[in-house]
Design a protein around this ligand. Sequence first.
Ligand code: 13P
Length: 308
Amino acid sequence: MESREEILKEIEELKHRRNAIILAHNYQIGEIQDIADLVGDSLELSRKAAATDADTIVFCGVLFMAETAAILSPEKNVLLPDLKAGCPLADMISRETLKMLREDHPQAPVVTYVNSSAEVKAESDICCTSANAVKVVNSLPQEKIIFVPDRNLGHWVARSTDKELILWEGFCPTHEVLRKEDVLKVKKAHPQAKFVAHPECLEEVLDLADQVASTSGILSFARETSAKELIIGTENGMLYRLRKENPDKKFYPASEKMVCPNMKYHTLEKVRDSLKEMVHLIKVPEEIRAEAYESINRMLELKVGSKD
Ligand code: 13P
């Protein structure tokens, strides 16, 4: 069996040979975050995917993220090291259902969270991420807007806009598992700690938060706050980067149950194999890609996000 060092060396050599970059979402395991060229939230990763001149992108995230990279850069090889890395939230709405929703509200434009399939993006007017959802919604002239597929993010956005949102009943099972009681229990154990939550959490959880933010927003809050202890209400992969970047602060998961199994499929061996064998190549049929591109690009052209 090869050592970790040997695998890392192979990855480096293959990256060079393939002119490849490795993008990793903030929820990836620590080992993957450590070898990535960029670790970030969905918005940062899509911006990087659009801007890189690498020939190959190894995407350590879930399928919709790799699809987004393939939509933005059809001439590049976008590789997902483990094909099992899907997203249950993205699978909660289909293009057909969205078409029906549109028929019910013909005047309302569709804002689609990037956690969605390429086909659903193709049926949408503009995409958003959790970092820019409010700004994307407010950028539209219409007063009534269809917002899919995450109902929790939708409720959160509805609080910060005067627009009327028509929501879809999708949710992220990893975030929805967190309940008010879990947070209160951890708060009681750490009364000095500030609580930061991702907007995919339930409203009853967000009501308890000192800050609601995307994964990168959580990182900047942790960096900037004077608090020395933080309770984190999102997928627990976040804790690795938070602890690495803030060795003087303490981080507690809001619940040990907040683990996304899909995000954990990628390993160093699979990254190495994906570069060696050029698997699993993510391609979006051109007709769908071209339409989905418009929705993602409209979002990117707005140039709004957590760092604005
Ligand atoms: P971020 O854009 O905040 O990284 O969220 C991605 C995600 O999939 C949350 O579950």
